[in-house]
Design a protein around this ligand. Structure first.
Ligand code: SF4
Length: 261
């Protein structure tokens, strides 16, 4: 059974060799490098999950969320060069959580919250996603994925929203009216309104991508703008070329905030 997630499919598209390290050789844990944006992103997601799971609607506010966030932060402080850098990332996280509390309706309790969900397309293929939250809207369900990085139009992965909508609609048998990324630093929304006919297209697309991956025997490295942040740079067969490309390309951290699915 091939389990397709947006992360998995996008990783193969960006670099088949990196995909192989993660999903075929399964050596991601061994080579994992702690990164400040990953640590911060995980804590923001967990604190928001705690807020909705552990706190009753009328008691939800920024000071409660800050307390939950600081408790999560103590659990893992890896990836920072020094205290100064850790403080900087902590403060930027608190700023986005504060903005969240100012702009979001904290009384609303999501109908689904931070969990892995799967939908089986056929006996050989399923789609899988870790969905941050699903709210009940007037027109139907609203699937929401939090982003802790700044909004960049080039980095928006609509496939992720399409897959999440597909999974939620098939599992709940309720209409998904909207699927959105919520960019927390600016409280900026990027939304799609999925139509029933889109799902056939998405399923076909996933099948084709899965077929390409399963049929790949070489998993060639593909130099790309994320090589600088690749955990496997040291063992990459194209290391020299990757290093040359890094020297001439300034790369911002890619704010991948989800664990590997
Ligand atoms: S360094 Fe670049 S080319 Fe090599 S595996 Fe990583 S992403 Fe792919």
């Amino acid at each position: 059974m091939f389990k397709a997630s947006a992360f998995k499919l996008s990783l193969y598209e960006v670099c088949p060799q990196q995909y192989k390290f993660v999903y075929v050789d399964r050596i991601a844990e061994e080579y994992k490098i702690a990164r400040p944006y990953l640590t911060m992103g995980a804590h923001v997601h967990n604190a928001l999950k705690d807020l909705y799971e552990k706190v009753s609607p009328e008691k939800r506010n920024f000071s409660v969320l800050e307390r939950l966030f600081r408790a999560r932060w103590k659990e893992n402080r890896r990836g920072f060069r020094d205290l100064e850098e850790e403080r900087k990332w902590g403060l930027s996280a608190l700023a986005m959580l504060k903005l969240f509390c100012q702009r979001m309706d904290l009384l609303m309790t999501p109908v689904m919250l931070e969990n892995y969900y799967e939908y089986q397309i056929d006996p050989a293929l399923s789609v899988l996603g870790r969905i941050d939250r699903v709210d009940q809207g007037r027109e139907g369900l609203h699937v929401i994925d939090y982003k802790t990085g700044k909004f960049k139009a080039d980095d928006v992965n609509e496939l992720q929203l399409q897959l999440y909508s597909l999974i939620v609609e098939k599992r709940t048998h309720q209409k998904v009216a909207k699927a959105s990324f919520l960019f927390l630093p600016s409280f900026q929304w990027y939304s799609i309104t999925p139509q029933p006919e889109d799902y056939d297209f998405v399923i076909e697309d996933v099948k084709l991508r899965a077929r390409d991956i399963l049929g790949d025997e070489k998993f060639l490295p593909r130099i790309n703008r994320y090589c600088k942040n690749c955990d496997f740079l040291q063992i990459c067969p194209a290391k020299e070329e990757a290093l040359r490309s890094i020297k001439i390309t300034h790369v911002e951290p890619n704010y991948v905030t989800r664990p590997i699915v």
